[in-house]
Each structure stands twice: as structure tokens, then as C-alpha cells.
Design a protein around this ligand. Sequence first.
Ligand SMILES: Nc1ncnc2c1ncn2[C@@H]1O[C@H](COP(=O)(O)OP(=O)(O)OP(=O)(O)O)[C@@H](O)[C@H]1O
Ligand SMILES: [Mg+2]
Length: 508
Amino acid sequence: MQPLVSMHGINKAFSGVPALQSASLEVAPGEVHGLIGQNGAGKSTFIKVLTGVYRRDAGTVQFDGHDSTVTCPRDAQATGIATIYQELNLVPLRSVTENVTLGYEPKRMGVLIDWPKAHRRTREILSRFGIDIDVRAPLGSYSTAIQQLVAIARAVSLDAKLVIMDEPTSSLDANEVETLFGVIRGLRDAGVSVLYVSHFLDELFAVCDRVTIMRDGQTVGTRNIGETSKLGLIADMLGRNPEDIEAAGMTEFGGGQAKLGEILLEAKGVSTGNRLLEFDLTVHRGEIVGLGGLLGAGRTEAARAIFGVDALTKGAMTFKGAPSAPANPSDAINEGIGFLTEDRKAEGIVPDMSVRENLTLALLPKLTKNGQIDRAQEKELVEGYIKSLGIKTADMDQPIRELSGGNQQKVLLARWLATEPDLLILDEPTRGVDVGAKLEIQAIIRDYVDKGFGVVLISSEFEELVEGADRIVVLQDGYSVSELQNPGITENALVKAIAHHYEREAAE
Ligand SMILES: Nc1ncnc2c1ncn2[C@@H]1O[C@H](COP(=O)(O)OP(=O)(O)OP(=O)(O)O)[C@@H](O)[C@H]1O
Ligand SMILES: [Mg+2]
């Protein structure tokens, strides 16, 4: 069968540095095709060449049997390519409806936008994802997960021949991922092709027919999913032998036992309004405490309470032995609390500043002596983190927006680690980070608590919580409902703990 997408010999360099080198990809009609590779391997760049965001330096692109004439994203849409980019390109201040129908609004008398119809259509599209929200409200008032689902809903509603998803599940919980997979299978059944970028290898086995692996800007091969294994894919991504990887234990995380210090944080009966109702948490020095639960369970709200973003309406907290009620984040930071938020775009990176500036943003007071920044110390520190976290950047003065998504995330993590807060809250710290780097980051978090600091770890990935946390507090609908201790922290136990309370609720 003739491929829908056929890209061959694609080269692309940024100011002389190659990002793609003779990369090739073929996607068959009605196929779900995975695209994987380490952070900075070139996945997003490859997609952007296909969708006309970037102009290729060399190579051929055919789409639907013709040489592609796409030179900008609008062309791509017109030829039947709908794309959800890694960095969501939505307009947070506009309503959900506007975001979904932008450019395709139903019209009355040819000119006026038919808003009732637009709202109705939007509700219809979103209902396929099980989302029932006020579509007139600004998109920005909803969680990152909802925003991501809205972007996906928009793309699949565009009547495309190819839907491209660049890490679509990074902020979705298990249920939402299942819903998305249902939609993807529906697309495939309707003959639509899907190009799917993800670092979650399990997902590839759940939905993909074939997978293309990228490494250092090159495509190293395409595999039928039924004829490969997780280990095989990791080996392809890293360019190593499966045996070596197994021997190095790179597919398992070491579950060491923490050496507990004194109590660092204690929260009792904490509420901040209707999304966090009664929350109890104790964190010791030397300990990683996970917060488990489904989306909307109150994990991020709990973090916001500890960090002084939302004021307590009930309950109390102590920190380092003294009552703690930070009125705002800068209070919390002064007390020794850090918070890596889940939304790197809104609260995290400053796109036009360099890797160095983004990393040392919160550190400048420490690095400044007599009104002068100690450049040598700064350089040492920044280069240290670039090395230990494996941040892929040309040099420390490269603007952070030019880094791949996963590498931007690493810079943000480094920023917080460098300030050495006593308690560091990490909300989805490895979002968008590749398998290898994930392990490195988990090791770095472990080192951090071993120095006597405490960490609160929030992750939608059960695997990450189970492997990374010494204890897991499970939240549901704003309540902390149970706690898992090691030994006894397993994925099964976590799923059960979460499900248990829902079942009980259903029975009541
Ligand atoms: N606009 C740009 N300017 C300069 N360099 C860039 C630009 N966009 C990407 N690069 C570089 O190209 C390389 C590939 O980046 P790309 O974003 O395609 O990686 P990726 O495979 O999508 O990684 P991730 O999994 O982290 O999202 C990286 O080294 C990145 O720094
Ligand atoms: Mg990317």
C-alpha cells in the first residue's frame, strides 16, 4: 500500500548544528505510528518539518501520493494534517469554544459567527473525551490536563488524514489516557493515520502498529510493535545492546530505604476551599513522600497550600518545628520550601533567556558579592547541572526556547535543586523526559534527600511513584484517604488504594 507520509533524507540544522541528519519516515494510511527517541533526538523537529514550521535543508516529503507543497502550518492543515504540538498553542484567555473552533467557526449569513452552534459543536466534540465543562469559560481557567484534551479534541475534529500528537499524554491521568486511546483507535478504524510521540513505552504497545526510533537526529529504524519489546526499543534509542542494558539494570529503579531524619513538615486537616478539603501529611528529612490519586484528587492543591499559593481555610501546618502559614510563595521560599510546578510554560521558563539565566534566576542573591555576580562560580554551578542532568544544549548561553521539551524541564528542575530548599515539592518532575534521563533524575532526587532534605513527589505515573517514593499518601476528592508504606508499595497496591475508595463511594 502506498504510504500516506513518506519522508526521506531529511536534513535540518540550526545555526550550523544538525538536528536532523538524513532522517526517514513512512506512515501507512490508517496506521498508528509511534516516534520515539531520547530528549533532543529530533522528534519535534522532524514533525515541524512535515508541518511546515521549519523548512528542511534537504530531503523529500510526500504526502498522500504527491510531493508536499506545505511551507507553513496553515498549508499542513489544509492538506489534512492536524497537529498537537508539544508546547500547546492555545489561547488561554479565549473561551474553550473559541480555542476548539478557531478558524473553523460556524457562520450565520456567511459572516457572523453562530455562537450557539459553535458552543454546541464544541460540547459535542469534548463529550467524546468524556469532558463536560462550561465551554464559554476561558480555557486558561482549566487544568493543564483539560487544556491538553481540548487541544487533542480540536485536532481530531478537523477532519484530517493524519493526526500528529507530540507527547499528548504528558499531563493526563490513567483514565484520560484510556479515553485518548479509545479516540485514537476510533481514528484508525476510520482510516485516519496517527503519528504518536511518547516517552511512555507502555503506551506504544497499547496503541501503535509500528514505531520509528530516532537517535541523535537520525532515524535508526522502524519496527512492528508485535515484533519488538520494551527492552529492544530502549536499546535502539540508546544505541546499545539489550544485554548491556539489562545488566546495567536500566529498566528497574533501585528502591532503597530512606534514612529518616526529624519531621520537616506536618499538615493536619488542611483545607483551602472546595478542592482541598481535609489533608494530612508528614514529611521527614531524608524522605520522598509521594502523593497519589487521580486528576482532580487534590494533589496540586495540596502543593499550593504548602507553598503559600492558596491560603488555608482550615487546619494547620508546621515546618521545621514551627507553625507555618506562608502568605505567598516568596514567604514559603524564605522558609525553605521550593515548588517545581507542573506547568513549565506558565510559571517556569523565561523563553528568551539563556539556559544559564533560567537556571540561576532564583540564585542570583547567593551568587552576588558586592553587587557583582560571581561569574566563575555561576559557570561552575551551571555547567555542573548541565553535566549531572545531561541537559542537551549547545552551550549555557543558548536561549532556553531552543532546547527540546525534555531538556527545558531538566533546566527547571536544576533551578530548584540549586537553591537547596529544605522541602522541595516536585509536581510531575519528569514530564516529557526520556527513559534514560528519567532514571538519572530519580537518582538525583534520591541524592537530594540523602543530604537531609525532604521531597514531596507528585506524579500521574504510578510507576514513577511506586519506584521513587518511600511512602505514598493517596488523595481522593480533596481528602487524604490512605497511606502506603514500604515494603508494600506496589503498583497494584496503589491502584487498589485509589480504586478502593471509589468502589466504597459507589456502594454507599
Ligand atoms: N529553534 C531551535 N533553535 C536551535 N536549536 C533547536 C531548535 N529547535 C530544536 N533545536 C535543537 O534540535 C535538537 C532536537 O530537538 P527536538 O526538539 O526535535 O528534540 P525532541 O526529540 O523532540 O526532544 P524531547 O523529547 O525533549 O521533546 C535539540 O538539540 C534542540 O536543542
Ligand atoms: Mg520534543
